[in-house]
Design a protein around this ligand. Structure first.
Ligand code: GUN
Length: 291
């Protein structure tokens, strides 16, 4: 059984990107973050993304807006960044407060700067297998982990648990696309699926993106399955300094006993999401500069 080291794989991508960015002598890529409110997970994710950008030589800017910001004020901020030719990538950190529609917000970001890959045009390009679009960072990171871990996908059965716009749906599209890693037979399960364990047990590769702590247990998988755990759930734990511990959507101990490969939480998919964001930002910069 191999534990897939997402930190190490992300580090090698970051090293490649750092070398690449050092070759840009006139200008450096710039990514702008918009964070609304003080959601603790969002604070921590944006901080991590900014630190990684800094290491690579990507300039980052942070725009903080209050929890009760109006949709108009948020969109105005996005418009300013859309128009700013020095800004290559724009990321509006989710979740947004309930009074602001996330899809509408993601669509406000100009497609050329949509390094999150969340707007309609980029999702359409993913469906059409047009490589000029940006692919959402978490699903892109999953594919990169699978590819760099030499997990075969061609003709194999990938079961995706979760149908979110951000992870489940694009991950399914990537796994079924023509090419590698891809060419898989894909089943997507979700909260309304009947007898979910009978489907997950058929998976050669299982992608768990449900958002429920320890949801997938050892009895739900077959021997030799490769497991990608996308969940990042905070469980209260008074023995920890910050009062919580992170667990995935997969019960690691029981599933690891049967798996050929498994990603840990933390240290699996999470760091890959950040690395893919950096890769998208560098691509956006190059496209804007025609480099
Ligand atoms: N919230 C959780 N994951 C993500 C992500 O990949 N991008 C953005 N913008 N918000 C998120």
């Amino acid at each position: 059984m191999q534990i897939i080291d997402g930190n190490a794989i992300a580090e090698s991508i970051i090293t490649e990107l750092t070398a690449h960015v050092s070759g840009f002598t006139k200008q450096k890529p710039v990514v702008a973050f918009i964070r609304v409110g003080e959601d603790p997970a969002s604070v921590s994710y944006v901080r991590k993304k900014q630190k990684t950008a800094e290491r690579i030589g990507i300039e980052s800017r942070l725009h903080l807006l209050p929890e009760d910001v109006s949709k108009e004020a948020l969109f105005e901020q996005i418009d300013v960044l859309n128009a700013d030719t020095n800004v290559n990538g724009i990321l509006v950190q989710a979740p947004l407060p309930a009074h602001i529609d996330e899809t509408e917000t993601f669509n406000r970001v100009t497609p050329e700067k949509d390094v999150d890959g969340f707007n309609t045009l980029n999702i359409g390009k993913l469906c059409q297998e047009d490589p000029s679009g940006f692919v959402a960072c978490t699903p892109a990171g999953i594919v990169e982990l699978i590819g760099r871990s030499n997990i075969e996908t061609e003709g194999r059965h990938v079961v995706v648990v979760g149908r979110s716009q951000i992870v489940g749906k694009p991950a399914a599209l990537l796994m079924m696309r023509k090419g590698l890693p891809g060419n898989a037979t894909v089943t997507v399960c979700h909260s309304r699926t009947k007898d979910l364990p009978s489907i997950t047990r058929k998976a050669d590769i299982l992608i768990a993106a449900i958002g429920r702590a320890n949801f997938v247990t050892g009895d739900m998988v077959k021997e030799g399955v490769a497991v990608i755990d996308v969940g990042i759930n905070r469980l209260a734990d008074s023995s920890k300094k910050n009062g919580y511990r992170l667990v995935g959507d997969v019960e690691f101990s029981s599933v690891a006993e049967k798996a050929s490969h498994i990603t840990p939480v933390p240290g699996g998919v999470g760091p890959m999401t950040v690395a893919m964001l950096m890769q998208n930002t560098v691509r956006a910069f190059q496209a804007a500069r025609h480099e």
